[in-house]
Design a protein around this ligand. Structure first.
Ligand code: ME8
Length: 513
């Protein structure tokens, strides 16, 4: 039986079309999902859209269309985006689906049955952009506008509301963070959350009565649930809740990993675990917050006019190139920048020069000089052994990196070996051995091909299409492309006929003005 691994992205608000931040999270989570699958896990990967709440309603009003239509239209855009990005998600959940209404009502009932929900009235600050309640002490005045901690405007809200007894979970949450040091990553985020919780938790308003775009509160349809109660619940709806005894739920819950952005850490590491504790359900094993992406250092926003759509990037640079750039360039968990220059530099230096040329030069030598037949290596020299050992060592480094969601570190390990292999190839100079020592030339080409094989297997999670092409020209059978095929026991078979090599990673050439 394979171990199971359930991971999710945040579900996006479809109040607009997807932007690079959304694409980034989807690509990264997909890379982790693919890595875990190739490493022998049974993986379930969920993404989707978060369709309720006042933000959606206000946007629809502004556009003069029914909110359902806005949700329909933009949810389809998100679905198309994850497909366009080559994501391997198993499901795409929409919070407007009947299964989710049923699930949200069920978790509400459980929290209520546990004595954690009571009726009162709320008076306080609310940020529509963040869909979040803030304490007055968390807000500041700037130019006559009151702003919340994320810099978004807040408004005064006063209405009848159900509350969740969050205050009762302060000690339990702290105990959970202490006992499970890996629950929140990266470490800075964990510290922030622990300080926030140590500062004291107030009960949380969890229903609204001034609009009706949401899931009705069971038994009191005058109220709709606060959008975050229903949003977070998507993670259990997606695996069959409320059918707790069902195969889906028993197999997949608790989630192994929630991938989210740093702006929604509090919801995922304070509210969500408290709701689950209250409902008597197991907690996710880990929540990892990535950073924000900025276009040349500026925060992306429609008003700044510097939003580049995910599709523009993919059309301009290619899908695998785009995925590679973001995964390699931005340490996962930190903020990052992107620009045309930075993307082109990565494509040309890492992909076209380092990996592409190594493949092209070595495989075309096999094609030209050996009729495309992988040569039988002679005895390995010290340099050969050292090079092969580095290639064999990549999996361990990648596993360590991915265990902590350090996707960039996994790529660094692999591309470090590619750089090493280029130095090896240049130093061994197989082209010079062609006349003087053809057997030695064969050994060098064999070693290089074997390194390419392992590199190609390990870059599949980030560049699935290009890796498949590289594996095809190395004649690696489709059933020998997972991580079980890495390492010395699975070396390439000498005598294999390789197909004609083709260039895998073209250089990016600037279009003439
Ligand atoms: O927060 N760079 O939805 P959302 C990187 N519906 N990541 C970014 C980003 C940027 N510039 N902008 C946004 C929500 N994100 C809720 C989530 S989950 C139960 C409910 C990330 O559409 C953001 O951090 O505003 C979040 O993880 C995701 O995109 C969706 O953001």
């Amino acid at each position: 039986m394979k171990p199971k691994y359930y991971l999710t992205t945040a579900i996006s608000y479809p109040n607009g079309v997807p932007h690079i931040g959304h694409a980034y999270e989807a690509m990264a989570t997909d890379a982790i999902a693919r890595f875990m699958r190739l490493d022998g896990n049974d993986v379930y990967f969920l993404t989707g859209t978060d369709e309720h709440g006042i933000k959606m309603l206000q946007t629809a009003r502004g556009l003069g269309i029914p909110v359902r239509e806005l949700a329909e239209r933009n949810s389809a855009e998100f679905r198309a985006m994850v497909k366009m990005l080559g994501c391997s998600n198993n499901d795409f959940i929409r919070t407007s689906e009947p299964r989710h209404y049923e699930s949200s009502a069920a978790i509400w009932e459980k929290m209520k049955a546990n004595g954690d929900i009571y009726l009162d009235s709320y008076a306080g600050w609310y940020s529509v952009r963040d869909e979040a309640f803030y304490g007055e002490d968390e807000t500041v005045m700037r130019d006559d506008v009151r702003l919340g901690p994320q810099g978004t405007p807040v408004e005064w809200v006063e209405e009848k509301s159900y509350f969740f007894r969050l205050s009762a979970y302060q000690e339990k949450l702290l105990a959970h963070y202490e006992a499970n040091p890996d629950f929140i990553g990266p470490a800075e985020r964990r510290n922030e959350v622990m300080n926030f919780v140590k500062g004291g938790l107030k009960d949380l308003s969890i229903s609204r009565t001034t609009f009706d775009w949401g899931i009705p509160v069971p038994g009191d349809p005058e109220h709709v649930m606060y959008v975050w109660v229903d949003a977070l619940t998507n993670y259990i709806t997606g695996v069959g809740f409320p059918d707790e005894d069902g195969e889906m739920f028993r197999k997949w819950w608790p989630a192994d990993l929630h991938v989210i952005g740093k702006d929604i850490v509090r919801f995922h590491t304070v509210y969500w675990p408290a709701f689950l504790m209250s409902a008597g359900l197991p907690l996710p094993k880990r929540v990892f917050a990535h950073g924000f992406l900025f276009n040349r250092g500026e925060k992306m926003s429609k008003s700044l006019g510097n939003v580049v759509g995910p599709k523009d990037l993919v059309d301009t640079y290619g899908l695998d190139q785009t995925r590679y750039f973001f995964m390699r360039e931005v340490p996962f968990g930190q903020d990052g920048n992107y620009s045309h220059e930075a993307i082109v530099a990565r494509i040309n230096a890492d992909l076209a020069n380092d990996l592409g040329n190594l493949a092209q030069r070595s495989l075309s030598m096999i094609a030209k000089n050996l009729d495309g037949v992988l040569p039988t290596p002679g005895a390995f020299s010290e340099e050969d052994e050292a090079m092969l050992a580095k290639a064999d060592g990549m999996l361990q480094l990648c596993r360590q990196a991915i265990a902590g969601q350090q996707i960039h570190a996994a790529l660094n390990a692999v591309f470090g070996v590619v750089a090493e292999a280029n130095r090896y190839f240049a130093a061994q100079a197989p082209w010079a051995l062609r006349k003087t020592d053809p057997a030695r030339m064969g050994t060098v080409l064999y070693v290089t091909a074997e390194i390419l094989r392992q590199v190609a297997i390990l870059v599949q999670p980030v560049m699935p299409t290009s890796a498949a092409k590289l594996l095809a020209i190395l004649a690696v059978p489709e059933d020998a492309r997972d991580f079980a095929a890495l390492g010395p026991e699975h070396r390439m078979k000498a005598g294999t006929q390789l197909p004609a090599p083709e260039a895998i990673f073209p250089r990016y050439e600037e279009k003439a003005a």
